[in-house]
Ligand binder design. Structure first.
Ligand code: C5P
Length: 220
């Protein structure tokens, strides 16, 4: 089969990560979680005392941290300056700050370059998930998917992941983050004109995976 590049975008709680990992594993492709990269740079900013409300301060150090992503869908990894940050980047503190950091153009330029390098060196093909993969990072992707779901479904999935988190609080935080991601100037969350939209509200994860696998197979 030809190496295939798949872009999967959409807001949080639509099952992007679970779907992307499973599709990549099933088809023998690499996998890149671009949200983890934005979380990793945010983690570094917080750890180094950078005022994340100050875009100039964030921009000035955007090139400093060395962010490395392992692209095996069976066990993706993420390190910053050699430190494994897979766990701390999921904490609430990072989650609440990541939209501000990822809105800074210098941050996006830096991370986008990393993403393109990884995608072009994935010999067998890759599934890349994020917010702007189909529109900006990999506009020539072989297949673009845009996952959606109702706010209720998304909040329910997220609070399931967070084990016991309050549904209302989760829903509010998620809506706020999506609005920030969709409303920013540089490379906002958006569906590419040539993306296939899949509404996952009433689908099981297995159904979404099967749908995407079928779409990829049609492209190969
Ligand atoms: O996918 P995840 O929820 O881990 O993404 C965390 C954050 O990273 C998003 O809310 C968004 O601010 C940022 N992000 C982005 N562009 C991407 C992927 C993620 O701006 N391609």
């Amino acid at each position: 089969a030809q190496p295939v590049i798949v872009a999967i975008d959409g807001p949080s709680g639509t099952g992007k990560s679970s779907t992307s990992k499973a599709v990549a594993a099933q088809l023998g492709l690499s996998y890149l979680d671009t949200g983890a990269q934005y979380r990793a740079i945010t983690w570094w900013m917080v750890n180094n005392g950078i005022d994340i409300e100050d875009p100039t301060a964030v921009a000035a150090v955007a090139g400093k941290p060395d962010i490395v992503s392992g692209t095996d869908p069976q066990g993706p990894t993420i390190t910053v300056d050699g430190v494994d940050v897979a766990v701390p980047i999921r904490e609430q503190d990072v989650t609440s700050k990541v939209s501000a950091v990822s809105a800074v153009p210098e941050v996006r330029a830096r991370i986008t370059e990393l993403q393109r390098t990884i995608a072009s060196s994935a010999d067998g093909g890759i599934v890349v998930e994020g917010r702007d993969i189909g529109t900006t990072v990999l506009p020539d992707a072989d297949l673009k998917i845009f996952l959606t779901a109702s706010p209720e479904a998304r909040a329910a999935r997220r609070s399931g992941e967070l084990k016991g988190a309050d549904l209302h609080t989760t829903r509010e935080a998620l809506i706020k983050r999506d609005a920030a991601d969709a409303g920013r100037k540089t490379s906002p969350l958006a569906k590419a004109g040539d993306a296939v939209e899949v509404d996952t509200t009433d689908l099981t994860l297995q159904q979404v995976i099967e749908c995407v696998v079928t779409l990829v197979e049609e492209k190969r």
